[in-house]
Write a protein of this length. Sequence first.
Length: 122
Amino acid sequence: MNDFKSEEIKKKRGRRPRGFREEYVLDRSKSKFYVDLRKDRKALEKVFKLLEETNKKDFGCEITFKELAMYALGKLTEKDIEKIKESSLSEMEKVEKSLNEYNEKNGTNLNLGEYLVKKLSI
């Protein structure tokens, strides 16, 4: 008899509480990653251009997207990673991050409204 039901994680229905963030868990058993560029024409053209440019050579085997990606991943710096993290934030998350940094720096416990009044000098 299979006990699949006991192994399943039950998800709650309905709205999530405000500020709720589900923790990201990396699945290390995953071995394939797909990059879908159908809707991002600029990125797709950039990839094609890079592949054409790197494969304009007289000798050697074909350079693939995987080789380009692995080389580029090795060149990422901490600054680049911070920029990527920043670009993933919504406008409201950026404001909340700024509020938290302000509260930590000044030892205050302002709420969002008080912080905005102070920042905008209203």
